[in-house]
Design a protein. Structure first.
Length: 305
Protein backbone atom coordinates (compact mmCIF):
# COMPACT_ATOMS: atom_id res chain seq x y z
CA UNK A 1 0.00 0.00 0.00
CA UNK A 2 1.26 3.50 -0.86
CA UNK A 3 1.93 5.78 2.10
CA UNK A 4 0.74 9.42 1.92
CA UNK A 5 3.63 10.74 4.01
CA UNK A 6 6.88 11.55 2.20
CA UNK A 7 9.78 9.51 3.53
CA UNK A 8 13.42 8.97 2.71
CA UNK A 9 14.41 5.93 0.69
CA UNK A 10 16.39 3.36 2.68
CA UNK A 11 18.77 1.52 0.32
CA UNK A 12 19.31 -1.28 2.80
CA UNK A 13 15.67 -1.94 3.73
CA UNK A 14 13.52 -0.81 0.80
CA UNK A 15 12.45 -2.78 -2.25
CA UNK A 16 11.69 -0.97 -5.49
CA UNK A 17 7.98 -0.97 -4.65
CA UNK A 18 8.39 0.39 -1.12
CA UNK A 19 10.95 2.98 -2.28
CA UNK A 20 8.64 4.32 -4.98
CA UNK A 21 5.77 4.18 -2.52
CA UNK A 22 7.60 6.75 -0.42
CA UNK A 23 7.76 9.03 -3.46
CA UNK A 24 4.20 8.47 -4.69
CA UNK A 25 3.20 12.08 -4.03
CA UNK A 26 6.38 13.65 -5.41
CA UNK A 27 6.28 15.69 -8.61
CA UNK A 28 9.97 15.09 -9.24
CA UNK A 29 12.84 12.94 -7.99
CA UNK A 30 16.13 14.37 -6.80
CA UNK A 31 19.44 13.09 -8.14
CA UNK A 32 20.03 11.53 -4.72
CA UNK A 33 16.72 9.66 -4.83
CA UNK A 34 17.44 8.37 -8.34
CA UNK A 35 20.87 7.21 -7.20
CA UNK A 36 19.27 5.30 -4.33
CA UNK A 37 16.76 3.73 -6.72
CA UNK A 38 19.66 2.59 -8.93
CA UNK A 39 21.26 0.85 -5.99
CA UNK A 40 18.01 -0.87 -5.02
CA UNK A 41 17.31 -2.05 -8.58
CA UNK A 42 20.91 -3.19 -8.97
CA UNK A 43 20.56 -5.33 -5.86
CA UNK A 44 17.02 -6.57 -6.43
CA UNK A 45 17.26 -7.30 -10.17
CA UNK A 46 21.02 -7.72 -10.71
CA UNK A 47 21.06 -5.05 -13.45
CA UNK A 48 24.35 -3.28 -14.11
CA UNK A 49 24.80 0.44 -13.44
CA UNK A 50 25.33 1.26 -17.12
CA UNK A 51 21.94 -0.20 -18.05
CA UNK A 52 20.22 1.48 -15.10
CA UNK A 53 21.62 4.88 -16.04
CA UNK A 54 20.07 4.43 -19.49
CA UNK A 55 16.71 3.43 -18.00
CA UNK A 56 16.69 6.33 -15.53
CA UNK A 57 17.70 8.84 -18.20
CA UNK A 58 21.26 9.59 -17.10
CA UNK A 59 22.85 8.15 -20.25
CA UNK A 60 21.80 7.75 -23.87
CA UNK A 61 23.56 4.43 -24.46
CA UNK A 62 23.72 1.05 -22.75
CA UNK A 63 25.91 -2.03 -22.82
CA UNK A 64 25.34 -5.66 -21.88
CA UNK A 65 22.33 -6.72 -19.84
CA UNK A 66 20.34 -9.80 -18.89
CA UNK A 67 17.05 -10.13 -20.79
CA UNK A 68 15.21 -11.87 -17.95
CA UNK A 69 16.22 -9.29 -15.35
CA UNK A 70 15.06 -6.37 -17.52
CA UNK A 71 11.78 -8.20 -18.20
CA UNK A 72 11.20 -8.66 -14.46
CA UNK A 73 11.85 -4.98 -13.86
CA UNK A 74 9.32 -3.99 -16.55
CA UNK A 75 6.63 -6.27 -15.09
CA UNK A 76 7.16 -4.92 -11.57
CA UNK A 77 7.09 -1.30 -12.76
CA UNK A 78 3.82 -2.00 -14.56
CA UNK A 79 2.40 -3.30 -11.25
CA UNK A 80 3.72 -0.32 -9.27
CA UNK A 81 2.61 2.37 -11.77
CA UNK A 82 -1.15 2.37 -10.87
CA UNK A 83 -0.22 2.99 -7.23
CA UNK A 84 1.34 6.37 -7.97
CA UNK A 85 -0.72 9.33 -6.74
CA UNK A 86 0.09 11.96 -9.36
CA UNK A 87 0.60 12.15 -13.14
CA UNK A 88 4.24 13.25 -12.80
CA UNK A 89 5.35 10.00 -11.14
CA UNK A 90 3.07 8.04 -13.43
CA UNK A 91 4.77 9.54 -16.49
CA UNK A 92 8.22 9.04 -15.00
CA UNK A 93 7.61 5.31 -14.51
CA UNK A 94 6.18 5.14 -18.05
CA UNK A 95 9.47 6.60 -19.30
CA UNK A 96 11.48 3.98 -17.40
CA UNK A 97 9.35 1.17 -18.80
CA UNK A 98 9.79 2.52 -22.35
CA UNK A 99 13.58 2.77 -21.95
CA UNK A 100 13.75 -0.79 -20.61
CA UNK A 101 11.62 -1.98 -23.53
CA UNK A 102 14.02 -0.31 -25.98
CA UNK A 103 16.76 -2.49 -24.49
CA UNK A 104 14.70 -5.66 -24.96
CA UNK A 105 13.85 -4.70 -28.55
CA UNK A 106 17.55 -4.18 -29.24
CA UNK A 107 18.25 -7.68 -27.93
CA UNK A 108 15.56 -9.17 -30.18
CA UNK A 109 17.05 -7.42 -33.21
CA UNK A 110 20.47 -8.85 -32.35
CA UNK A 111 18.97 -12.34 -32.13
CA UNK A 112 17.34 -11.90 -35.52
CA UNK A 113 20.76 -11.45 -37.08
CA UNK A 114 21.65 -15.06 -36.46
CA UNK A 115 18.61 -16.41 -38.34
CA UNK A 116 20.33 -16.13 -41.71
CA UNK A 117 23.68 -17.52 -40.61
CA UNK A 118 23.08 -21.01 -41.99
CA UNK A 119 22.61 -19.59 -45.48
CA UNK A 120 25.89 -17.69 -45.16
CA UNK A 121 27.91 -20.65 -43.88
CA UNK A 122 29.80 -21.00 -47.17
CA UNK A 123 31.41 -17.60 -46.52
CA UNK A 124 32.60 -18.38 -43.00
CA UNK A 125 36.26 -18.95 -42.25
CA UNK A 126 36.88 -22.34 -40.65
CA UNK A 127 39.27 -21.94 -37.72
CA UNK A 128 38.80 -25.37 -36.15
CA UNK A 129 37.48 -28.75 -37.28
CA UNK A 130 36.71 -31.36 -34.66
CA UNK A 131 34.92 -34.71 -34.61
CA UNK A 132 31.86 -33.14 -32.99
CA UNK A 133 32.09 -29.44 -33.82
CA UNK A 134 33.18 -26.87 -36.38
CA UNK A 135 34.38 -23.45 -35.22
CA UNK A 136 34.01 -20.58 -37.70
CA UNK A 137 34.98 -16.91 -37.79
CA UNK A 138 32.41 -14.62 -39.32
CA UNK A 139 33.05 -10.87 -39.20
CA UNK A 140 33.66 -10.07 -35.51
CA UNK A 141 32.17 -13.31 -34.20
CA UNK A 142 33.06 -16.91 -33.51
CA UNK A 143 30.34 -19.36 -34.46
CA UNK A 144 30.30 -22.85 -33.01
CA UNK A 145 28.34 -25.50 -34.89
CA UNK A 146 28.05 -28.83 -33.11
CA UNK A 147 26.66 -32.09 -34.49
CA UNK A 148 24.91 -33.20 -31.32
CA UNK A 149 24.40 -29.96 -29.45
CA UNK A 150 22.64 -30.05 -26.09
CA UNK A 151 20.32 -27.06 -25.84
CA UNK A 152 20.64 -26.73 -22.06
CA UNK A 153 24.44 -26.82 -22.26
CA UNK A 154 24.44 -24.31 -25.12
CA UNK A 155 22.20 -21.91 -23.23
CA UNK A 156 24.43 -22.27 -20.17
CA UNK A 157 27.53 -21.49 -22.24
CA UNK A 158 25.94 -18.37 -23.74
CA UNK A 159 24.62 -17.22 -20.35
CA UNK A 160 28.04 -17.59 -18.71
CA UNK A 161 29.74 -15.72 -21.55
CA UNK A 162 27.29 -12.83 -21.22
CA UNK A 163 27.47 -12.84 -17.43
CA UNK A 164 31.28 -12.73 -17.58
CA UNK A 165 31.16 -9.86 -20.07
CA UNK A 166 28.68 -7.99 -17.86
CA UNK A 167 31.00 -8.37 -14.88
CA UNK A 168 33.82 -6.80 -16.91
CA UNK A 169 31.76 -3.96 -18.36
CA UNK A 170 31.72 -5.39 -21.87
CA UNK A 171 28.77 -5.56 -24.20
CA UNK A 172 27.30 -9.05 -24.18
CA UNK A 173 26.90 -10.42 -27.69
CA UNK A 174 26.75 -14.19 -27.19
CA UNK A 175 23.65 -15.77 -28.73
CA UNK A 176 22.21 -19.24 -29.21
CA UNK A 177 19.93 -19.90 -32.14
CA UNK A 178 19.19 -22.88 -34.37
CA UNK A 179 21.95 -25.08 -32.95
CA UNK A 180 24.53 -22.34 -33.42
CA UNK A 181 26.43 -20.52 -30.69
CA UNK A 182 27.71 -17.05 -31.60
CA UNK A 183 30.27 -15.25 -29.43
CA UNK A 184 32.55 -12.22 -29.85
CA UNK A 185 35.80 -13.11 -31.63
CA UNK A 186 39.03 -12.41 -29.74
CA UNK A 187 42.24 -12.95 -31.67
CA UNK A 188 44.96 -14.86 -29.85
CA UNK A 189 48.19 -12.84 -29.81
CA UNK A 190 50.57 -15.22 -28.08
CA UNK A 191 51.35 -18.65 -26.66
CA UNK A 192 50.09 -19.39 -23.17
CA UNK A 193 51.81 -21.11 -20.27
CA UNK A 194 50.34 -22.85 -17.23
CA UNK A 195 51.34 -19.80 -15.21
CA UNK A 196 49.33 -17.57 -17.59
CA UNK A 197 46.27 -19.77 -17.09
CA UNK A 198 46.66 -19.79 -13.32
CA UNK A 199 46.74 -15.98 -13.22
CA UNK A 200 43.66 -15.84 -15.46
CA UNK A 201 41.84 -18.33 -13.22
CA UNK A 202 42.59 -16.13 -10.19
CA UNK A 203 41.18 -13.07 -12.00
CA UNK A 204 38.05 -15.01 -12.90
CA UNK A 205 37.59 -16.08 -9.29
CA UNK A 206 37.89 -12.47 -8.13
CA UNK A 207 34.71 -11.78 -10.12
CA UNK A 208 33.01 -14.94 -8.87
CA UNK A 209 33.64 -17.18 -11.91
CA UNK A 210 35.21 -20.66 -11.95
CA UNK A 211 36.24 -22.94 -14.82
CA UNK A 212 36.22 -26.71 -14.40
CA UNK A 213 38.34 -27.37 -17.51
CA UNK A 214 40.93 -24.61 -17.19
CA UNK A 215 43.58 -25.23 -19.85
CA UNK A 216 45.44 -23.20 -22.51
CA UNK A 217 43.01 -24.08 -25.32
CA UNK A 218 40.18 -22.38 -23.43
CA UNK A 219 41.96 -19.01 -23.14
CA UNK A 220 43.54 -16.45 -25.45
CA UNK A 221 45.98 -13.60 -24.97
CA UNK A 222 44.61 -10.27 -26.19
CA UNK A 223 46.51 -7.50 -27.96
CA UNK A 224 46.84 -5.84 -24.52
CA UNK A 225 48.47 -8.96 -23.09
CA UNK A 226 45.44 -9.89 -21.00
CA UNK A 227 44.60 -13.60 -20.78
CA UNK A 228 40.83 -14.14 -21.04
CA UNK A 229 38.53 -17.18 -21.30
CA UNK A 230 36.90 -17.97 -24.66
CA UNK A 231 35.18 -21.27 -23.82
CA UNK A 232 32.41 -20.95 -21.24
CA UNK A 233 30.91 -24.43 -21.52
CA UNK A 234 32.07 -25.43 -18.04
CA UNK A 235 32.32 -21.99 -16.45
CA UNK A 236 30.07 -21.49 -13.44
CA UNK A 237 29.46 -19.29 -10.42
CA UNK A 238 29.32 -20.62 -6.89
CA UNK A 239 25.92 -19.00 -6.33
CA UNK A 240 24.32 -20.93 -9.21
CA UNK A 241 26.11 -24.24 -8.71
CA UNK A 242 23.20 -26.23 -7.23
CA UNK A 243 20.78 -24.84 -9.82
CA UNK A 244 22.74 -26.13 -12.82
CA UNK A 245 21.37 -28.96 -14.91
CA UNK A 246 22.60 -32.35 -13.65
CA UNK A 247 24.35 -33.04 -16.99
CA UNK A 248 26.42 -29.86 -16.66
CA UNK A 249 27.20 -30.66 -13.01
CA UNK A 250 28.49 -34.10 -14.03
CA UNK A 251 30.62 -32.58 -16.80
CA UNK A 252 32.12 -30.11 -14.30
CA UNK A 253 33.12 -32.95 -11.98
CA UNK A 254 34.58 -35.12 -14.75
CA UNK A 255 36.48 -32.23 -16.36
CA UNK A 256 38.00 -31.06 -13.09
CA UNK A 257 39.05 -34.55 -12.01
CA UNK A 258 40.53 -35.48 -15.39
CA UNK A 259 42.40 -32.29 -16.34
CA UNK A 260 41.02 -29.11 -14.82
CA UNK A 261 42.75 -29.34 -11.44
CA UNK A 262 46.20 -29.11 -13.06
CA UNK A 263 45.90 -25.40 -13.90
CA UNK A 264 44.24 -24.33 -10.65
CA UNK A 265 46.64 -22.41 -8.38
CA UNK A 266 47.14 -23.77 -4.85
CA UNK A 267 45.32 -20.82 -3.28
CA UNK A 268 42.11 -21.71 -5.16
CA UNK A 269 42.16 -25.51 -5.01
CA UNK A 270 40.32 -25.52 -1.70
CA UNK A 271 37.43 -23.58 -3.23
CA UNK A 272 37.29 -25.86 -6.28
CA UNK A 273 37.36 -28.98 -4.09
CA UNK A 274 34.50 -27.53 -2.07
CA UNK A 275 32.49 -27.00 -5.28
CA UNK A 276 33.12 -30.58 -6.41
CA UNK A 277 32.06 -31.85 -2.98
CA UNK A 278 28.94 -29.67 -3.18
CA UNK A 279 27.97 -31.20 -6.54
CA UNK A 280 28.79 -34.69 -5.29
CA UNK A 281 26.49 -34.22 -2.30
CA UNK A 282 23.76 -32.73 -4.51
CA UNK A 283 23.85 -35.55 -7.08
CA UNK A 284 24.06 -38.27 -4.43
CA UNK A 285 23.99 -41.68 -6.13
CA UNK A 286 24.28 -40.07 -9.57
CA UNK A 287 27.60 -38.41 -8.76
CA UNK A 288 30.41 -39.25 -11.25
CA UNK A 289 32.81 -39.56 -8.32
CA UNK A 290 31.26 -42.96 -7.57
CA UNK A 291 32.74 -44.33 -10.80
CA UNK A 292 35.88 -42.26 -11.45
CA UNK A 293 39.21 -44.07 -11.15
CA UNK A 294 40.54 -43.61 -7.60
CA UNK A 295 43.95 -42.64 -9.01
CA UNK A 296 42.34 -39.64 -10.71
CA UNK A 297 40.34 -38.59 -7.66
CA UNK A 298 43.47 -38.90 -5.54
CA UNK A 299 45.47 -36.65 -7.89
CA UNK A 300 42.68 -34.08 -7.86
CA UNK A 301 42.30 -34.47 -4.07
CA UNK A 302 38.55 -35.12 -4.24
CA UNK A 303 36.42 -38.08 -3.16
CA UNK A 304 32.84 -39.32 -3.17
CA UNK A 305 31.03 -38.49 0.08
Amino acid sequence: MICAVKQRIDVQADTLQSALGKKAYNYSLSYKSLHKLEKIVNSQYDIRTNALQFIFGKKNTFKGFDHNNISRLIKDLQVIKPEMSNPAMDNKIDGWINKAQVMLDHKVQAQEKIKNLTAEEANWLVIHKGSNAFIYKHEDFVIKKQKNINEISAQHEVAMCNKYNHAHGREAEALYKRNLIQMPYIENKGALTTHDIQKAVVKMAEKGFFMADARPSNFVKTTKGEVVPVDFRLVYTNRDLNNLDAKIQKEIVNAYVNVGYRCIPAALKGAYRMHIAQIDKHLKQDSPLRYVNTMLTSRASVKHI
